[in-house]
Ligand binder design. Sequence first.
Ligand code: AMP
Ligand code: MG
Length: 324
Amino acid sequence: MGVHERTLTTFPLMGTSATLCTLGEGDTDIAPAVVRRLRNLEARLTVNGPVEARSRSQVEAVNLASGVSAVAVDAEVYSLLRTSVRASREHRGSFNALIGPVVKAWGIGFADARVPSAAEIEGQLALTDPDEVELEDESRTVALHRVGMRLDLGAIAKGYAADVAAAMLRQAGLPGGLIDLGGNVVAVGTAEGGRPWRVGIQSPFAGRGAIIGHLSVQDTSVVTSGIYERVLEAGGRRFHHMIDPLTGYPFETDLASVTVVAASSLDADLWATVAQRGGLAGGFAAVSAEPGIEAVFVTLDRRVVATAGCRGQLTLTDRAFSLG
Ligand code: AMP
Ligand code: MG
């Protein structure tokens, strides 16, 4: 993060800690409005937590009606669901918003986390086909065709929320700001003196806040997905929270994290998951072939590899890591 910005507020959101920063000038009464807006969004999207938390969730309402009926949702939720389902059809084998039943079976990041049996995983995987969702634009209804299907927007909700917050800062005419939803960052405008914002890249092997370097950016989003974020340790093995939609097990990978740079935070968040497929080689090739998406890959053996479009913005500061 930049050094001269001012923290307006820090608040819990979507299972993480969110921070809103701005430069000293302009309307700073924006913070409570942003917090309210994002909290309300979370309430309408969440599929986690106790029943009370899910009772206001439109996505959970769709899940609860799976195999039974279509559910009408509001325009914003519909648009996000449509984007998610389309992305799931496009990125088969990497991103799948229908992965809910498998995510639920593992429970990684929650108190009831456990390693499901192979038979259980196979059973839940059968309920994740993105072609078995029906979206009706006119009525804004969503139907999951089979009982037990579950939408889970965990891989893109923070990205979307960060875009919403950024739009609010821009609308308020703030000269610059930084929104950090637990590693899902949007840099608005420039930092102090028109300089770029420095967005740290979290070390995958040290505690929160320890960085291995930074990206110098302006008016863009920087989102990291790492195998360190939510972990289940069982039987001497570590299982991370990003599930391979083809196997139902966490991605087998040589990557510790992927940091994606993109204009839209929704796209960056989506691609931080898409780029997990195929490890460094597969992820690097996929990102390089996609216009407007750049990424920094950190491998388990501490190599750092950046795609051509963001190489010049990257500064590595931790000597334990080498540029590859
Ligand atoms: P992120 O924090 O953006 O890396 O997203 C991880 C979250 O997305 C997980 O906690 C799950 O809720 C969900 N998820 C896990 N694997 C996938 C996947 N392959 N496609 C879509 N969502 C996933
Ligand atoms: Mg993501």
